[in-house]
Write a protein of this length. Structure first.
Ligand SMILES: Cc1cc2nc3c(=O)[nH]c(=O)nc-3n(C[C@H](O)[C@H](O)[C@H](O)COP(=O)(O)O)c2cc1C
Length: 459
């Protein structure tokens, strides 16, 4: 039994970083590994069912309280992750998908994935002492010391990896879309996540060691376990609401107020005699917004007085104000829904169907331009269908295309790579990404980038 428990636990630890790699290992593989993790998770619970039986019995020390909270949160996160995983499945559980739940399930899945990852690592850290006792490492002080030094060194790198991979942003929902660098070897990704796991486990290992040492010296009467669990869960819920709920509400339900002319005011940048066209596509000009859009869902929208302004729209205005030339807005015959969530669903349908978008109005004669700035939001990791249609229907053979991708966390995804076969123009690798929350304050970022475009040769 002991041995089987060890095998299950080790398999879960090995699987975890692979699962975090999501599309880097292939979406189907991700789903298969997700199922394997689900099976291991259930088996782990069957083997450890006594933990639930004893939940309301015995003395609650600090370390038991901490362990209980971590376990309960981890169980909740994994259960939510499994349910949302089934709902967003694109390969194995497609028959179980429920219309209208895709975007919320994706968000829950991403959020729970990061919390499960951190909580599972913490859970591991709290059990390192008992696990090392089981395999007898504590009886070999030399080996124990060598491993401690190794884990502390890896933890040092783990701090760097935690920052570099922006893990806090996922945990606190600053970003709703996962970013993957497809040009990076998967092994680097796995190594970074393993280092973060080791960092978290090491921190919790030392917390448990320290607490058990101090507990031996303490004679305090323990509080009633039920009361402690309730109080601490309430405190955890309050912290989660303040750290995650509030920023989410602020970002997704209240449009940011701007003064459009001030936000887009730019000093001129010299592009010589280049023929410049700035093209933008935004959700704002292409959605049938309800009057109370702020209450429905206004993720990343800005408002100048009573006028809604899209991120791409404002960024394109900044570019035109600095670089001069003409400005063109891509508009679609179809209007996207008012709700952000429904727009995500609609956009996904378009991508899956592969149908071209019907664009409104006459397209500009793009053949006369040698420099095109194309500004658009990333949709589902790639180029929105209307932008793709614009690129396919216009002659940009004389132009270098400088792209600005605005995003909610995943940066350019595969936009630049995907654009290249869609157009006769030359897609420059000198592109810019602007985080949606930063659109109204992106003037300096845009100016610095435009200068690099101005110094490059025209086609
Ligand atoms: C349908 C849809 C899909 C999106 N997909 C992504 C995505 O894959 N990655 C990401 O980081 N942000 C994504 N976003 C967020 C937008 O790219 C981001 O909020 C952008 O700044 C919106 O620009 P806009 O106001 O000009 O439309 C998506 C938004 C929508 C509406």
């Amino acid at each position: 039994m002991e041995k089987r428990r060890m095998i299950i636990d080790t398999a879960m630890v090995i699987l975890l970083p692979f699962l975090m790699a999501y599309s880097l290992i292939g979406e189907t593989n991700h789903e298969i590994l997700g199922i394997a993790m689900g099976v291991l998770f259930i088996t782990h619970h069957i083997f450890n069912y006594r933990w639930y039986k004893n939940l309301f019995h015995g003395r609650y020390t600090f370390i038991r309280i901490l362990g209980t909270i971590i376990n309960l949160l981890l169980t909740a996160a994994i259960v939510l992750q499994m349910i949302s995983g089934i709902l967003v499945s694109k390969h194995i559980f497609t028959f179980l998908s429920i219309p209208g739940t895709a975007s919320i399930s994706r968000m829950v899945h991403l959020l729970c994935a990061y919390w499960s990852f951190m909580l599972m690592s913490a859970h591991l850290g709290l059990h390192v002492r008992s696990m090392s006792a089981r395999v007898g490492i504590h009886k070999r002080p030399g080996l124990f010391r060598a491993l401690s030094v190794l884990f502390i060194l890896i933890s040092g790198y783990g701090i760097y990896a935690f920052i570099r991979r922006q893990i806090a942003e996922y945990l606190f929902m600053k970003t709703a879309f996962a970013f993957f660098d497809y040009s990076e070897p998967v092994i680097f990704f796995l190594a970074d996540y393993l280092a973060v796991m080791i960092l978290t486990a090491t921190v919790f290992y030392y917390i448990s060691s320290f607490a058990s040492r101090t507990a031996k010296n303490s004679r305090k009467k323990p509080l009633k376990p039920r009361l402690i669990i309730i109080l601490v869960l309430l405190a955890a819920a309050a912290v989660l609401f303040v750290t995650m709920g509030m920023p989410y509400i602020r970002r997704h339900f209240i449009p940011v107020k701007i003064d459009r002319s001030q936000a887009a005011a730019m000093a001129a940048i010299d592009f010589g005699d280049r023929k410049i066209l700035t093209v933008q596509f935004t959700r704002v000009g292409n959605s049938a917004f309800d009057d109370d859009v702020a209450a429905v869902s206004s993720a990343s929208l800005m408002k100048d007085g009573s006028t809604l302004v899209g991120n791409a729209e404002l960024l394109a205005e900044m570019i035109r104000n600095a670089a001069g030339g003409d400005l063109y807005a891509i508009t679609t015959e179809k209007k996207y829904p008012s709700s952000y969530k429904d727009t995500c669903g609609e956009a996904l349908k378009e991508l899956n169907s592969g149908e071209e978008s019907v664009l409104l109005g006459d397209l500009p004669d793009t053949s006369v331009y040698d420099t095109v700035f194309l500004v658009y939001p990333i949709w589902w990791g790639t180029v929105p269908k209307p932008v793709e249609s614009f690129l396919k229907q216009t002659d940009l053979s004389k132009a270098v295309i400088y792209t600005v991708v605005t995003h909610g966390g995943s940066r350019e995804g595969s936009c630049i790579r995907d654009m290249k076969p869609m157009t006769s123009g030359t897609v420059s690798d000198n592109y810019l990404t602007v985080y949606d929350d930063d659109a109204d304050t992106a003037r300096d970022q845009i100016a610095a980038w435009l200068k690099t475009c101005a110094s490059a040769d025209a086609k």
